[in-house]
Ligand binder design. Structure first.
Ligand code: URA
Length: 181
């Protein structure tokens, strides 16, 4: 652990017990002073095994994109909407998202990033508070409490559709530029 459980002890205490399974738990990782925060959906088996978000196939795709942009993942803050792995990698349920939302909210408060990049529909729809799909949301920015929110596709989507790779790369490049502004 990287101090996540201490830093967010209050918010974690409020997660209802039925949604708080520490055997499937992965907290946020990276710099607590980051200007850019990436928010995925939920950890998978590799993430639980290594205790870090985005270290499996999708994470390797993300790392290739970050390498292209000359960005060290440790300089970002990377987390997930839901902090426990959904069984069989199913989509997170509404009650799981609601249970974990206050923890993400506490992370946003603490890290205080200039730019938040939701990765994929689940994180984008919750953070932007909309039903629009990621296809509609990407390429747009939304202002949220003085921050820029720039949704993009989930890196896993680029594993199946290579055309999404340059789009995600470009969106992250824009996010980095916006964080310097
Ligand atoms: N997919 C996510 O959304 N998050 C991870 O941490 C890994 C895969």
């Amino acid at each position: 652990m990287n101090g996540f459980e201490e830093k967010f002890a209050d918010a974690l205490d409020d997660v209802p017990d039925e949604h708080d399974d520490r055997d499937r738990f992965v907290g946020g990782h990276g710099s607590f002073d980051a200007d850019v925060m990436l928010v995925g959906e939920a950890p998978g088996a590799d993430e639980v095994a290594q205790g870090e978000p985005f270290v499996g196939q999708a994470g390797k795709q993300l790392d290739r994109i970050l390498d292209d942009l000359n960005v060290d993942r440790e300089d970002l803050y990377i987390t997930n909407l839901v902090k426990i792995r959904p069984p069989e990698n199913r989509d997170p349920y509404r009650d799981e998202i609601d249970a974990w939302w206050p923890v993400l909210d506490a992370e946003i408060d603490r890290v205080d990033p200039d730019v938040i990049v939701p990765l994929g529909s689940f994180a984008a729809q919750e953070i932007v508070d909309t039903d629009e799909t990621i296809t509609d949301l990407r390429g747009e920015t939304v202002e949220l409490d003085g921050r820029v929110v720039r949704p993009t596709f989930h890196p896993a989507a680029a594993l199946y559709d290579r055309d999404k790779l340059p789009t995600i790369t470009e969106d992250l490049r824009q996010a980095l530029i916006e964080s310097e502004g």
